[in-house]
Design a protein around this ligand. Structure first.
Ligand SMILES: Cc1ncc(C[n+]2csc(CCOP(=O)(O)OP(=O)(O)O)c2C)c(N)n1
Ligand SMILES: [Mg+2]
Length: 329
């Protein structure tokens, strides 16, 4: 992962930069609150936090247009918030309440939004990769110019289905951006222990799919890479791979004490490469915002997250009859 000092001057407006700050902060504070509610026993089951990786989704959403699609793994709260899904609806799903986006019956890993073109939320490692190509196939068939962002992890990148998908996506020139969120760990396994090469971006070469490495701690670098990838797809040139080097600060899930790495390792990333601090510095040093402006944003975000948490506690649990709705049988 590149250190923060490598960042170039912002090539976006002060308003856009402020918006990225706001969006990344929303994800971070939301996830911190989810962690607290989990600790209080209000959230149960699987819960994978996205803290540290915020610049990935915020940068790519900045490169997306209305109607583009997204699909990801179980580490999905950040993706939902970044594409505009309601924080209260996401939090209430985490607490298993009727106000949740899946009426409290899906939980952390299973939320969807037709309106925001968000296709989940998938607990099976790598399962979303062929599904993402399928979404892109539908768009290609309809000729609507839409692109699908298919996110997966460094661990998932070692799965066979990923390469079957690469082949078909390249064969049919599907408009799909394969986003490898390389946070350097797959559960407790460091990338160096599971993956034969340091980088993964070139794994599409055998299929003729271009790829590149992106600094995932720099939202502007992510946005720029996203725009390039999206332009490639929209021009009908087929898929594109972005290997985004990032880092998760918390354990794999809420039940992971993260004993496979040192506190110092995490601390070093926080101090040297934190994606939110990076934008904060750009805003302040560029005189695009004052400390007071940023404090006001912090307050605003805190209120949104507190309201989401309140809603997630007040919304009732689903009734027993709900067991018989939204099922295939
Ligand atoms: C097919 C399958 N195998 C194993 C698991 C257990 N599992 C859940 S997450 C995970 C690690 C995936 O790591 P990565 O793709 O790097 O994503 P990250 O959690 O880092 O976001 C594993 C092995 C699973 N859910 N599905
Ligand atoms: Mg990983």
């Amino acid at each position: 992962m590149a250190a923060r000092k490598t960042t170039k001057k912002p090539n976006v407006s002060a308003e856009e930069l402020t918006e990225y700050y706001r969006e990344m902060l929303l994800i971070r504070r939301f996830e911190e609150k989810a962690g607290q509610l989990y600790g209080m026993g209000l959230i149960g089951g699987f819960c994978h936090l996205y803290i540290g990786q915020e610049a990935v989704v915020v940068g790519l959403e900045a490169a997306a247009e209305e109607g583009d699609k997204r699909i990801t793994s179980y580490r999905d709260h950040g993706h939902m918030l970044a594409c505009g899904m309601d924080p209260g609806g996401v939090m209430a799903e985490l607490t298993g309440r009727v106000g949740g986006l899946s009426k409290g019956k899906g939980g952390s890993m299973h939320m969807f939004s037709k309106e925001k073109h968000f296709y989940g939320g998938h607990g099976i490692v790598g399962a979303q990769v062929p599904l993402g190509a399928g979404l892109a196939f539908a768009d290609k068939y309809k000729g609507n110019g839409r692109v699908t962002f298919t996110y997966f992890g460094d661990g998932a990148a070692n799965q066979g289905q990923v390469y079957e998908t690469f082949n078909m996506a390249a064969l049919w020139d599907l408009p799909v951006v394969f986003v490898i969120e390389n946070n350097q760990y797959a559960m407790g396994t460091a990338q160096a222990r599971s993956t034969s090469t340091k980088d993964i971006y070139h794994r599409g070469e055998a299929f003729g799919i271009p790829g590149e490495i992106v600094n995932g701690m720099d939202v502007l670098a992510v946005k720029a890479a996203g725009e390039k990838a999206v332009a490639h797809c929209r021009a009908g040139k087929g898929p594109y791979i972005l290997e985004i080097k990032t880092y998760r600060y918390r354990g794999h899930s809420m039940s992971d004490p993260a004993k496979y790495r040192t506190r110092e390792e995490v601390q070093k990333v926080r101090e040297q490469s934190d994606p939110i601090e990076h934008v904060r510095e750009l805003l302040l040093t560029g005189k695009h915002a004052t400390e007071d402006d940023l404090k006001a944003i912090d307050k605003e975000i805190k209120e949104i997250v507190n309201q989401a948490a309140e809603f997630s506690k007040e919304s009732p649990e689903p009734s027993v009859e709900e067991l018989w709705t939204d099922i295939y049988a």
